[in-house]
Design a binder for this molecule. Structure first.
Ligand code: NAD
Length: 265
């Protein structure tokens, strides 16, 4: 099933579960800037939430906010029984240590899954795994190559694929081009999260049976979005950009909020 149809179906299912429950799960997003991209991402998350019956509230703080002011706000939300999920929109201003903020969020409300003890899995990798499993992609014993080792995609993706018994290899900026080509040629499943347009391209040999998951979001000069993998490869499955992993990430956030509401503290 293509990702758009899959996401629509799961969102419909979420909406029905929330309606049946009769209550209203609630999400609060804290944004500490007024930049264009963050405004757009936050507006998207609020729309998504409202579409399925989740109440979503934005707390917008100025770029000059001090760490202690932000932590105070988070602590208040941590204790508020009416708040099920809390997100702090990244990036944060340079003077604020992202790790301190991530760790300040109550793990039971950390629907982004960024806290080391979070009850939730990070949305992008979890969205990918759920989709592949629903598509019937076999992970056990398969060579899973993950390119990129960020804390929000590469590393948690590696853990999730390991839990599914994949043979996981993580490649990164210090992997040589030659090694990368060899691993890529042998990959049954590949997740690419580098952030460079068409990082995987015609130079790279791939298995015809390969499953390619493109996490990258790169913007051309003309504003067009492109992925990390050149489109149109002759493989079993290749996720598009746009309309691919981004949609899965957004869906998984909503599923995490419902989970937080149903099984909160
Ligand atoms: P990042 O930007 O923090 O880091 C990039 C990673 O790429 C690093 O781990 C680095 O080791 C690796 N890398 C850099 N050069 C490399 C090379 N030559 N060979 C192999 N690896 C190399 O990573 P991120 O935050 O995971 O973001 C990666 C991309 O995914 C970005 O385009 C981002 O916008 C996108 N993203 C998309 C979603 C989504 O929902 N679709 C979610 C998160 C991130």
């Amino acid at each position: 099933m293509d990702i758009k149809t899959y996401v629509l179906k799961r969102k419909q299912n979420l909406k029905e579960r929330i309606l049946k429950d009769g209550g209203t799960p609630s999400l609060v997003i804290i944004q500490v800037n007024d930049d264009f991209a963050s405004n757009k991402y936050v507006a998207g998350k609020i729309n998504d939430a409202r579409e399925v019956g989740i109440s979503a509230k934005l707390i917008k703080m100025p770029e000059t906010t001090r760490l202690d002011e932000l932590l105070k706000k988070i602590k208040k939300l941590n204790k508020d029984p009416h708040v099920n999920g809390i997100i702090v929109q990244l990036p944060l201003p340079k003077h604020i240590d992202e790790n301190i903020v991530k760790e300040a969020i109550n793990p039971a409300k950390d629907v982004d899954g960024f806290h080391p003890l979070s009850r939730f899995k990070a949305c992008t990798p979890l969205g990918i795994i759920n989709y592949l499993k629903d598509e019937g992609v076999e992970i056990r014993g398969k060579n899973v190559v993950i390119i990129g080792r960020s804390n929000i995609v590469g590393k948690p993706a590696a853990m999730l694929f390991l839990e599914e018994d994949g043979n996981v290899t993580v490649l990164h900026s210090k992997t040589s081009r030659e090694d990368l080509k060899n691993y890529v040629a042998n990959a049954d499943i590949m997740v690419v999260a580098v952030g460079r347009k068409h990082f995987i391209n015609d130079e790279h040999t791939l298995k015809n049976s390969a499953v390619l998951v493109d996490v990258g979001i790169n913007r051309d000069e003309d504003g067009k979005l492109t992925g990390d993998i050149k489109p149109g490869r002759d493989v079993y499955l290749q996720t598009p950009v746009p309309g691919g992993v981004g949609l899965l990430t957004r869906l998984t956030l909503l599923e995490n909020v419902l989970e937080a509401y149903l099984h909160g503290i």
